[in-house]
Design a binder for this molecule. Structure first.
Ligand code: GBH
Length: 489
């Protein structure tokens, strides 16, 4: 096998791969010639020049400072402080203290070479009771954050809702109340007006499915409700309506040229075998399994099968509302962590979802079943079905045990394995012309992982929550190399 290589070339290859594993801040021992020995390999895994490599966070998961600068309470303050709702009773009171440490964290992002960063605005910082008079100190924080990002050469992507609904609005029914959709649009329009001189990309809602399923159906997220199917279907409709109303409000108030989209955690339907019949099944499933969310937003209608399935529980909606829900977007963001395997089936639907067998491998979080092909089929089927021209992977990543090694570093080889495999499949999609323009790794920092508290770490930078010390993990070195090479490595 080594016949084609001179000894010297072989030595260079070895040196080159060792260089790829150095941690940030540690000088690479390899000379530039050793890197060029890998060029052929790299070019087969490279991304388009303009590809936006990013990372993401959300307000309540990182900011802390929950009682500072005039912030009102959100449903996550209430939920996390009530006993039994989160692992170890953890709350976001302090989290990563990003509210105070953001400048240092942006420095770390810059060292990694991040081209873009996705953050969310906390609605109760800007409107402490959800509506009414805005709190200028709230917006001031995001203005400073955006300035610091731009100064570091990092393009901001701003999400307007990542689950921290003002508690005052929950007290009036939360997403079950149609007025909440209207209040969201007012807040979104106001915030976009203030930030769009510097922020070009806005995302309305993060993960409609999680809002509805975890918050109001399973009760595992704030506000912790377990509503019946009829009430769930109705509030699902109001959540979709909130997206459409907000999109229109942003268009009405933001600087011309502002781009607006959504971040949706679609069911990433993936054929069990890549053969014609199973691929067709996955295509049908992409539409039906996302009928209440992305399909409604893209098509302005609920599918016949969805309404038939709901029968008497179907929501009340008007043609005008459906038109608002389907207001054209500039891009679609999708969050993908795991596949939904699908096979062809003789049933009326024409497909069946294949649940993971007990022995199916997963990452530290049991729900993250491994299936890198989801990052190929997800964007491919979405772009084909709905003729999308601009897409982003707004979240992808994994938890890991992340223990400190004796040398004080974190060798999260499982996260590196996960990212390498998923990015290889994303690259496959991009090379076929699927219009994915950027990728946001979840997350830059370990943070408050909702009901899992601080027990599940998703960062590529380790956070010691007692001291707020940051330690870049091996995966940070990996991602730095990916960004630098613009290729999977
Ligand atoms: C995303 O949610 C979120 O946008 C982000 O805030 C979060 O930190 C990240 O993923 C990592 O979780 O425990 O079996 O009941 C992904 C969708 C919905 C997946 C809730 C986990 C709970 C599964 N999440 N779900 S389980």
């Amino acid at each position: 096998m080594l016949d084609n290589f001179s000894r010297r070339t072989f030595a260079r290859i070895v040196a080159g791969s060792a260089a790829a594993l150095t941690l940030p801040g540690v000088e690479s021992a390899a000379d530039s010639a050793s890197v060029s020995a890998l060029d052929n390999h790299k070019s087969s895994l490279s991304f388009p020049k303009s590809f936006l490599w990013g990372s993401a966070t959300a307000s309540y998961q990182v900011e802390g400072a929950v009682r500072e600068a005039g912030r009102g309470l959100s449903i996550w303050d209430t939920f996390s402080h009530a006993s039994g709702n989160t692992q170890n009773g953890d709350t976001g009171d302090i989290a990563d203290d990003f509210f105070h440490l953001y400048k240092k964290d942006i420095q770390l992002m810059k060292e990694l070479g991040l081209k873009t960063f996705r953050f969310s605005v906390s609605w109760p910082r800007v409107f402490p009771s959800g509506v009414g008079t805005p709190n200028p100190q709230g917006l001031d924080f995001y203005q400073r954050l955006v300035d610091a990002l731009l100064e570091a050469g990092i393009q901001p992507f701003c999400t307007l809702y990542h689950w921290d609904l003002p508690q005052a609005l929950q007290d009036k029914g939360g997403w079950e109340n149609r007025d909440t959709a209207k209040a969201f649009a007012d807040y979104a329009g106001y915030t976009a007006e203030k930030l769009s001189d510097k922020v070009k990309y806005f995302i309305t809602l993060n993960e409609m499915r999680t809002i509805v399923e975890n918050g109001y159906t399973l009760g595992t997220h704030a506000p912790g409700l377990k509503l019946d199917a009829k009430r769930v279907a109705q509030l699902n409709h109001f959540v979709a309506l909130a997206h459409g109303l907000a999109l229109r409000a942003i268009r009405a108030h933001a600087t011309p040229g502002t781009k607006v989209g959504i971040s949706d955690n679609i069911k990433a339907t993936t054929p069990v075998i890549e053969s014609r019949e199973h691929i067709e099944a996955a295509r049908k499933a992409m539409r039906e399994e996302n009928a209440m969310f992305l399909a409604a937003v893209m098509e302005g209608r609920y599918t016949d099968q969805y309404l038939k399935r709901l029968a008497a529980n179907a929501p009340y909606f008007t043609a005008e509302e459906m038109e608002i829900i389907a207001s054209p977007m500039d891009f679609i963001g999708i969050n993908i962590y795991q596949p939904t395997f699908v096979r062809a089936d003789d049933s009326e639907k024409g497909y069946a979802v294949v649940p993971p067998p007990d022995s199916y491998p997963h990452m530290l979080s049991p729900w993250i079943t491994i299936g890198p092909e989801a990052l190929y089929w997800g964007p491919k089927l979405v772009s084909e079905l709905w003729k999308v021209k601009e897409m982003y992977i707004t979240e992808n990543g994994t938890s890991s045990t992340d223990s400190l090694a004796p040398d004080g570093k974190i060798y999260d080889t499982d996260r590196v394995m996960y990212l390498r495999n998923y990015l290889t499949q994303l690259r496959r999609a991009v090379s076929e012309g699927v219009p994915v323009k950027g990728y946001f790794l979840w997350s830059i920092l370990d943070n408050f992982e909702w009901a899992d508290g601080y027990e599940k770490r998703f960062g590529i930078i380790y956070v010691d929550f007692a001291t707020q010390k940051r330690i870049p993990k091996l995966s940070a070195a990996f991602y730095k190399q990916v960004i630098h090479e613009n290729a999977v490595c």
